[in-house]
Design a protein around this ligand. Structure first.
Ligand SMILES: Nc1nc2c(ncn2[C@@H]2O[C@H](COP(=O)(O)OP(=O)(O)OP(=O)(O)O)[C@@H](O)[C@H]2O)c(=O)[nH]1
Length: 198
């Protein structure tokens, strides 16, 4: 049995957490009516990191405020957190600071956090600039990229970067240079500006 890594998806209701997970798990996009997650749900997927299999147990949380007390209880069991906002919603971006303080309060001190600006495919409705995401991420010292649960852009990369970071941490020798998740992401990610989306 491969070791299990617990990853949690966080962010406002409607930013695309469930779609992000479904895209990663099944390679499909849930379009149509938006059904808000109730409480919390999880799915498993085994990924291979440098020839080692790692089981990701991914917890999809409800973004709605009324479920907050349910989801808080799960924070401390997570080794990694993917924090999403929607590039077409200024409010979801402005709420990232509040999410980061909740994380600070409830999660493990050494949890791996990644900030994701989702729905990068809908460029016509963009209200949050890529630079704004980058600046906020830099302020908090977390890696950042824009993603699309619809096209799949950077979805797998987000999970693989987390798995790689955790694996490197586990095997790291004190005298070795640390794995740089930022550099890894920069070298792998696809920038939304480079591509036309259908
Ligand atoms: N265009 C586009 N639409 C998306 C994307 N991701 C999600 N959506 C749409 O956004 C809506 C909300 O997606 P969900 O994945 O259900 O949102 P959520 O964050 O899980 O919401 P809660 O469960 O309430 O926390 C749905 O109508 C999706 O089809 C994306 O990357 N691009």
């Amino acid at each position: 049995m491969p070791p299990t890594t617990r990853v949690m998806l966080l962010g406002d209701s409607g930013v695309g957490k469930t779609c992000f997970l479904v895209q990663f798990k099944d390679g499909a996009f849930l379009s149509g009516t938006f059904i808000a997650t109730v409480g919390i749900d999880f799915r498993n997927k085994v990924v291979t990191v440098d020839d080692v299999k790692v089981k990701l147990q991914i917890w999809d949380t409800a973004g709605q405020e009324r479920f907050r007390s349910v989801t808080h209880a799960y924070y401390r069991d997570a080794q990694a957190l993917l924090l999403l906002y929607d590039i077409t919603s200024k409010m979801s971006f402005d709420n990232i600071r509040a999410w980061l303080s909740e994380i600070h309060e409830y999660a493990q001190k050494d949890v791996v956090i990644m900030l994701l600006g989702n729905k990068a495919d809908v460029s016509s409705e963009r209200v949050v600039r890529t630079e704004d995401g980058e600046t906020l991420a830099r302020e908090y010292g977390v890696p950042f990229m824009e993603t699309s649960a619809k096209t799949g852009m950077n979805v797998e990369l987000a999970f693989l970067a987390i798995a790689k970071e955790l694996k490197e941490r586990a095997v790291q020798q004190l005298d070795e240079p640390r794995f740089q998740i930022h550099d890894y992401i920069e070298s792998q990610k696809k920038k939304s500006s480079c591509c036309a989306f259908i």
